[in-house]
Design a protein around this ligand. Sequence first.
Ligand SMILES: Cc1cc2nc3c(=O)[nH]c(=O)nc-3n(C[C@H](O)[C@H](O)[C@H](O)COP(=O)(O)O)c2cc1C
Length: 508
Amino acid sequence: MLDSGAGVWISGEFFRMEEGMSTLPILRLGTVKDVARFREHLRSLGLTIPCDNELANGADSPLRAPIERGGIKIGNRIAVQPMEGWDGTADGRPSEHTFERWRKFGRSGGKLIWGGEAVAVSHDGRANPNQLVIGEHTKKDLAALRKTLMEEHVRTTGSDDGLVIGLQLTHSGRYCRPNRHDKPEPKILYRHPILDRKLGLASDYPVLTDGEIEGILERFHTAAKIAEELGFDFVDIKHCHGYLGHEFLSAHTREGKFGGTLDNRTRFLREITHSIRVMAPRLKVGVRLSAFDIVPYKPDPAKSAGGKPGPGIPEEYAHLIPYRWGFGVDAQNPTQADLTETIQFLQLLEDLKISLVNLTAGSPYYNPHLQRPALYPPSDGYQPAEDPLISVARQMNVARELKARFPKLLFVGTGYTYLQDYLPHVAQAALRESWTDFAGMGRMILTYPELLWNVSEGRAVEHKRVCRTFSDCTTAPRKGLPSGCYPLDPLYKNSEFAEKLKAAKAKA
Ligand SMILES: Cc1cc2nc3c(=O)[nH]c(=O)nc-3n(C[C@H](O)[C@H](O)[C@H](O)COP(=O)(O)O)c2cc1C
């Protein structure tokens, strides 16, 4: 990978990450009538995103090809991304809304269920008071969620052969809010010059001690043991989106055995993996990784008006060079990615015999455009910092680069929902050309879970069900409401929460 002042080169493609991209008009993809015009549009943006003209079906479809690696046999290439709903009970059990979402996961026909959703290993590690918790008291409910998903999956595909279900284990670290939606209770690993300010942390705010970290490790060990008992095939030791596992990777400035060198920053992962191998030997390990990052973004104040945020621009960082508070970031030019340590991390995964890797980027809290490309911003976001197709292309090209370097690992690609009606054409081509091993669906699952399965059965795309990235699934939880597709899913559209969401948005 070569770096340039205003962007990043990945496998010969140039991806700009600079201010002012949003001044270009962004074409609404819902208005693009056919795949030929979509491809033309990609060309006009100068992006190389693989895209097939025709969709194959049945055994000819790359979406339907089984794959086997490292003792894991997965029946097709459709992956369901973890999607939490902020809808669990106060003690961390699923509600009827949670069950409904897991039915959608099953109905997708995807044979790789990556995590279901973030499940906290302890109450104080929850990202919100409605996040699921794994513990003795929630065992029965988590087993019921898994069973519900499997039943729905069999209804769609006819069998549970090759179905692999993981549980995403998390501690929310800097983003803990276990007791109240409006009361952050961050658990931080180091002082972050930008994020501490954004979170309003005083200069003497405590940093987790090594002893406290040992306690958190214990919780991961117990959680993994329970996940194995419940029949989950793997656990994802989450290393993405700014949560604790991800923060370890960027703990350059932390002293002691969990900070500084990459060896120390990966101790968290190595210790959990080791203990899983001893305590829960049947359980596989996966890692969802923010493979690259950039500095936090904010709405451009000069272009924000009347309650409408301006386009995203980087927070001031000139005084912070070399930038030592990120992972997969260029320290000299931190609006750019640098995959050097990412590659070392993947080598570690290979050495640890962890073959399931789900690649994502950045964080929904501080640079959402990088992580979940959208046309409309969530309430705490900003107008697109660039054409969201550039953000999609960036994630896809990083996945391609890493897949080429680590052909033995099984990669899930992320960020496909913004492709909308052309998600199947791109997913099929990406699989065919080995840019990824699995096409992951996140937001699309909330409105149209069967999309990829249906096209692989030869059915046409139902345009009215396609996610248009209105971001209400993110805005609702930011307002203390359950996540879901408020524009399209009748369960949310016609609910009491829809009224509350409308009122909260109007107030803002
Ligand atoms: C409402 C919502 C909930 C999410 N929950 C999780 C989660 O629990 N764990 C996780 O790793 N990512 C989570 N994500 C991120 C998605 O898995 C995915 O990375 C992101 O939406 C981009 O993929 P997409 O373009 O297919 O939506 C969530 C995203 C949204 C919008």
